[in-house]
Design a protein around this ligand. Structure first.
Ligand SMILES: [Zn+2]
Length: 319
């Protein structure tokens, strides 16, 4: 907001300070910086409270205008709340539901590490997991012999990960909590779509990797057949997601930052059946909530592998 706009708003300064974090503003394309775009989806709900929008990993639906850049095809939320409000929402997150699936997440990550073992450096290498939540990936990486540490904006989740014995620092990449050229691998699981400035964050990752280092990440792919068929009912359209990538825009993001991108593949996850029905109910799938309540405990805890348009990417920093 310019000084002239502040004067024009005519609000007492105290009111303005409280109101501004809840004001959505148009933002340029997070991939190419362009301002030309078309509207894809209009919001159906009005929610401006950062804690309600960003305080839980699952977020809420129908609160965003999604646009597509006319220059590069990137899809993103605009207008949106300022980044500081979004980070503040995460910092206060207290997501015990997410943490309850910790052991299932460890299994999912262990399976991913086995799948990518030949494309990753040997045991003893250093890994930084960005947005590590309760540290499930760190646990899987540790079992594979990697020296694993993490960054997590939620103080609650960072503490949970520390209690599991890992070096997890509360904050974001921009806080400079680790040095340059420190890691053999940097991973980001379910993170990049949450970032307001993915270009800057990916440049930071590039700087923190050793030459030849590996960037391992996944993202909800908005270009899949599933996504196209689902349209505005696509399950990853959530308030917590501000950047919506396809394989093409992800490749551009990584190549622009100096990475070589390897072929991308499907990311399978494992969650307990009852938890999956809970997510489906949250997403408005008819009868999912009723079915969840009827499931006997032993059925609810059956591990379920599923593919839901998550795509995994391995990119290398040039040596
Ligand atoms: Zn663009």
């Amino acid at each position: 907001m310019t000084a002239a706009e502040m004067t024009q708003s005519g609000l007492p300064s105290e009111t303005r300070a409280r109101a501004e974090p809840r004001t959505r503003r148009d933002v340029p394309c997070p991939l190419c910086g362009g301002a030309s775009r078309e509207i894809l989806i209009e919001p159906t709900e009005r929610v401006d409270e950062p804690q309600a929008l960003y305080g839980a990993a699952s977020g809420v639906r129908g609160t965003q205008r999604i646009v597509r850049c006319n220059d590069c095809g990137m899809m993103y939320e605009s207008p949106r709340l300022p980044e500081e409000a979004i980070i503040a929402g995460y910092a206060g997150a207290d997501d015990a539901g997410h943490d309850s699936q910790h052991h299932m997440r460890v299994k999912s990550f262990a399976a991913s590490l086995r799948r990518f073992a030949k494309r990753l450096p040997p045991a003893g290498s250093t890994i930084l997991d960005v947005g590590t939540a309760g540290g499930a990936f760190l646990e899987a990486a540790d079992e594979f012999g990697f020296r694993a540490s993490g960054i997590e904006p939620s103080q609650y989740l960072a503490s949970a990960a520390c209690e599991r014995g890992f070096d997890v620092r509360a904050g974001t990449l921009k806080d400079g909590l680790f040095g340059d050229e420190t890691f053999d691998v940097i991973s980001m699981w379910d993170v990049i779509e949450h970032l307001c400035e993915p270009r800057e964050e990916v440049r930071l990752v590039h700087g923190m990797l050793e030459p030849g280092g590996t960037f391992l990440l996944n993202f909800p792919d908005s270009g899949t057949l599933q996504a196209k068929l689902a349209g505005r009912r696509f399950w990853w359209l959530l308030s917590v997601h501000v950047s919506y990538f396809t394989k093409k825009t992800m490749r551009k993001l990584l190549e622009d930052a100096g990475f070589e991108v390897e072929p991308m593949g499907r990311h399978w996850q494992v969650l307990e059946l009852g938890y999956l029905f809970g997510i489906a109910a949250h997403l408005g799938v008819p009868l999912a909530g009723a079915v969840k309540k009827l499931l006997p405990g032993f059925v609810a805890s059956i591990p379920m592998p599923y593919y839901a348009s998550q795509t995994t990417v391995i990119a290398r920093k040039k040596p």
